[in-house]
Design a protein. Structure first.
Lengths: 338, 275
């Protein structure tokens, strides 16, 4: 199966690049800037400097977590559109749980514990659409979309008693709990927010790949995703597969919050996610639902995400929102034909 | 009480239009999660043209046209490529959010809203006309029969020598136009365009279509129910009894419950989502 992915991934990337190129030029001209000037600014501020490259990888980190989360759910045939909500709830749980851990606790242990808390919270939230599907045959696409809205409101409601007064974020976690930042290893990247979360995300990618393509359960997931009836006739435990696909997907979305709570910010903040959970669907699609291909897709989305700030002086940064959506549409349009 | 009913009627207008748009599209066999995006693009164009021409009518006309065009773009992608229409719809929504934000920056140098749109004109006669004619088209016209055939059994159309793609494209243009009018009424009600002003109404409309089992009258009744939840949310927010977030959750929770409790006996269009 991974071979088929390799064959089609290359032309897909080319078409995506072409579409992005055309739109990029159109937006630059609409904003009255020379496309080449904007492109130069984009390259100079991202890949051309250690700081920019580190920021790019930092922006790509949540796309890696959530991209893999979406890819795994899609592989098992579950359209989990609730990643955004699962990320928010994971972040909320991490932020609140962190304030209850004793400050003198071992930092690494605390970070690991908080990661587990985030995963558990994300997985629990993902059970909402999964159980509605199991008990009432409610279409998971719609229920999971609705849970995003409910999650945003729930998070802001629950946050209130835990928030620092006059703010919408939880108390800052002790420095010892937070991930190591790259600036302590590479001085040239001073100020960059890249850290351990990125390494953790790559581990998740590798683990997801091994699980999906090298284990028996992973094979059952894919079988269930490509032909549920055949999988059922073969004797696969379809209910368990459906529930576990949602749980794993929700857990990884919740874990994605570590890039913020234990990485850049050091606390949970209301409304921090800004639609990453939706864009991550595009990451998974561009990566053809294969964890390894999610990496380049996440890097591209990270580039656009950080680059948008870099070129804001020339073109409104919202340009990249359209570009990423266009990439997503192209990735879908090149999906498997039925 | 009268004020309350009026409020409910006003709130339900975008739901009614968007949900009938959803019925038209899905009865024709095209899954449509992009209603949200159609509405948003149309709302922006409405505000843009209304501000430029000083006429809400002209703005609404342009908004309707923009909604129809965007919907045709969606159908072009959905029909040409055997794509996952759910995710395609979501990508069109994301593009609509980005596009309207981008244009908002360029046109009004603002990240959040357009200048105030004077909205003396009343759009409600147009709304009534649109709803009645949608009902007529679905229930009485030859096009309605073809539409249902396109959604349930496309080969029947082919056998008659009618192009499935053309029927569906016309359906999508109507879908986009209805969403366009929905967007225009949002601008007329709020007197401006604000960033992401559709606020999930398009998704709720899709839920209404499913809960109402793809039949126009039940679907529209469900919309009134959802609109009632939004009015209740407004009242609860004023009453200070509940936290505002809890009240705002109401429409989505009602929607989740509705999806859980819907009748399983009604079937979806048989060829829904097939290219």
């Amino acid at each position: 199966v991974s071979g088929a992915g390799a064959r089609t991934a290359a032309p897909r990337a080319l078409v995506a690049l072409l579409v992005v190129g055309v739109l990029f030029n159109a937006f630059c001209l609409a904003a009255g800037s020379a496309p080449l000037t904007v492109l130069r600014a984009l390259v100079q501020t991202t890949v051309a400097s250690p700081y920019g490259a580190a920021q790019l990888l930092f922006k790509a980190t949540p796309f890696l977590f959530l991209g893999v989360a979406a890819a795994l759910a899609f592989s098992a045939g579950q359209l989990n559109i609730g990643l955004e909500g699962q990320l928010l709830i994971g972040s909320l749980a991490m932020g609140i749980a962190g304030t209850y851990l004793p400050a003198e606790m071992n930092g690494a242990l605390a970070a690991a514990l908080l990661c587990v808390v985030g995963m558990a919270a994300g997985a629990l939230w993902a059970m909402l659409p999964a159980l509605l599907k199991h008990f009432f045959a409610a279409p998971e696409v719609m229920t999971s979309i609705m849970t995003n809205f409910v999650a945003a409101l729930t998070a802001s409601l629950v946050l209130k008693p835990f928030a620092v007064s006059e703010s919408t974020h939880t108390r800052a976690l002790p420095k010892a709990f937070l991930f190591t930042s790259i600036e302590s290893l590479v001085p040239a990247t001073k100020g960059a927010q890249l850290g351990t979360a990125f390494v953790l995300a790559l581990c998740v990618v590798a683990a997801a790949h091994v699980f999906l393509f090298r284990t028996r359960t992973g094979f059952l997931w894919r079988a269930f995703g490509s032909n549920p009836r055949a999988a059922k006739l073969y004797g696969a435990p379809t209910t368990a597969l459906m529930l576990s696909a949602f749980a794993v997907s929700g857990a990884l979305s919740g874990l994605g919050a570590c890039a913020y709570v234990l990485g850049s910010k050091g606390f949970h903040e209301d409304g921090f996610s800004g639609g990453i959970g939706f864009l991550a669907l595009g990451v998974a699609l561009l990566g053809r639902n294969e964890p390894l291909y999610v990496v380049p897709a996440a890097l591209l989305f990270g580039l656009l995400s950080y680059g948008s700030l870099a070129v804001n002086a020339y073109v409104p940064k919202e340009m990249t929102d359209v570009l990423t959506a266009a990439i997503m549409a192209v990735a879908i349009a090149q999906g498997r034909k039925r | 009480m009268k004020a309350l009913l009026l409020a409910a009627a006003r709130v339900s207008v975008p739901y009614l239009l968007a949900a009938s748009a959803g019925v038209v599209s899905e009865r024709g066999g095209v899954v449509n999660f992009a209603l949200e995006g159609f509405m948003l693009v149309a709302a922006f164009v409405t505000a843009l043209v209304a501000l430029w021409s000083d006429s809400l009518w002209l703005g609404a006309g342009a908004g309707i046209a923009a909604g129809a065009l965007y919907a045709l773009g969606y159908y072009a992608m959905a029909a040409r490529f055997a794509a996952n229409q759910v995710l395609l719809g979501i990508s069109f929504n994301l593009a609509a959010i980005g596009l309207t934000r981008f244009c908002l920056k360029l046109a009004y140098d603002s990240a959040s809203n357009s200048p105030r749109v004077a909205a003396e004109a009343q759009l409600w006669p147009l709304v009534v006309l649109a709803l009645v004619s949608t009902f007529w088209v679905l229930a009485k016209s030859r096009f309605g029969v073809r539409l249902v055939a396109a959604g349930d059994h496309p080969p029947a159309l082919v056998a008659q020598g009618v192009s499935v793609v053309r029927v569906r494209a016309a359906a999508l243009a109507l879908t986009g136009a209805l969403c366009g009018l929905a967007g225009a009424t949002l601008v007329a009600a709020q007197h401006q365009f604000t960033d992401a002003m559709t606020a999930g109404r398009g998704y709720i409309a899709v839920a209404a279509v499913v809960f109402g089992a793809w039949r126009l009258v039940p679907v529209l009744s469900v919309c009134v129910l959802f609109a009632g939840a939004e009015v209740a949310d407004f009242l609860l927010q004023r009453s200070d009894v509940f936290a505002p977030q809890l009240a705002q959750m109401l429409p989505y929770v009602v929607c989740l419950l509705a999806l859980g409790l819907r009748q399983k006996t009604h079937r979806a269009p048989l060829a829904l989502g097939e290219p």
